[in-house]
Design a protein around this ligand. Structure first.
Ligand SMILES: Cc1ncc(C[n+]2csc(CCOP(=O)(O)OP(=O)(O)O)c2C)c(N)n1
Ligand code: SF4
Length: 286
């Protein structure tokens, strides 16, 4: 519900200064997020922001709302619980590619299958920043890091292709070097009634010199104007191209969020005689 007086991006600051390294891509993403919250007139008491562990997972400290900095890789289930408890909340998850696609990967396809109205913002720096630069699931093959001094032997995951393959109802990619474009993507993702994923290319100038603003700028390009974001097959093909496209790859038009379906299930339960006899149910398993 809109506030009487629209909050400005700065009103979403907590007063805690981010402790990220100078030049960290996460600053651009945070600023774009403040702007999106202001544009959408999200009231801080209606914002529930969840993260795991990592430099990127510190983002909730700097945002005015109900924020939860939890356990490594487990932000998605915590966010799901909040959304089911109070579907009116704007629920957002932030975190890194390590948090989301190493220890946390198992949660991704299952939350996608449920399609709750949650926005998942992944700050993708292709490295583990917080733990001082080990290989991440998105790191390119051959990359030398503290854990792969002779070069990585593993192929990287493609976050956008993975989420389209899982059938997420909104999948986008942005770049922290393009804060205006990123703000627009956050606005669209948060407005989408279902699970929305935004892969944010967010350089780590301290530990990943293979993915810098300079190296990304010539590779990054907006999706072609004729890209049909309602066509999942076309979106998947775009995600596999060597061009690093930004924009909305896929956007399911008819998206019914899980919490709505859950509410109709509850209504059905009442129709069938209310709450089940929990004590009798537990006795069955003794
Ligand atoms: C259960 C558990 N395992 C491992 C760690 C160590 N750990 C902390 S953050 C992290 C990865 C961080 O990488 P990413 O999520 O990409 O975030 P970044 O710091 O790059 O933003 C790891 C492995 C931990 N905190 N908890
Ligand atoms: S280590 Fe990398 S990801 Fe972490 S704050 Fe520094 S620049 Fe950002």
């Amino acid at each position: 519900m809109p506030t009487a007086e629209k909050l400005k991006p700065n009103d979403y600051k907590t007063g805690r200064e981010p402790i990220w390294c100078p030049g960290c891509g996460d600053f651009g993403a945070l600023n774009a997020f403040y702007q999106a919250l202001s544009e959408l007139e999200v009231e801080p008491h209606m914002l529930a922001l969840f993260s795991g562990i990592g430099c990127s997972s510190r983002l909730p400290y700097f945002v005015n709302g109900y924020c939860h900095h939890g356990v490594h890789g487990r932000a998605l289930p915590a966010a799901m619980g909040a959304k089911l408890s109070n579907p009116e909340l704007t629920v957002v998850v932030t975190g890194g590619d390590g948090d989301g696609f190493s220890i946390g990967t198992g949660h991704v396809p299952h939350i996608v299958r449920r399609n709750p109205d949650i926005t998942y913002i992944m700050l993708d720096n292709e490295i583990y920043g917080l733990t001082k630069g080990q290989i991440a699931p998105t790191s390119p093959v051959g990359m030398t890091t503290s854990s792969t001094p002779l070069g990585s032997l593993e192929d990287p995951l493609n976050p956008v292709a993975l989420l389209i393959a899982c059938n997420a109802s909104f999948v986008a990619r942005g770049f922290s070097g393009d804060p205006k474009g990123l703000k627009d993507l956050f606005v669209k993702a948060i407005s989408h009634p279902g699970f929305a994923f935004v892969d944010v290319l967010s350089p780590c100038p301290t530990f990943n010199m293979d993915m810098t603003y300079q190296s990304l700028r010539p590779k990054v390009s907006p999706l072609p104007e004729d890209h049909d974001s309602s066509d999942r097959v076309a979106a998947f093909a775009r995600a596999l191209e060597p061009v690093v496209y930004t924009g909305v790859f896929y956007h399911r038009r008819e998206s019914i969020p899980y919490e709505k379906r859950h509410a109709s299930l509850r209504a059905k339960q009442v129709e069938y005689g209310g709450q089940p006899d929990l004590a009798a149910l537990i006795r069955k398993f003794r």
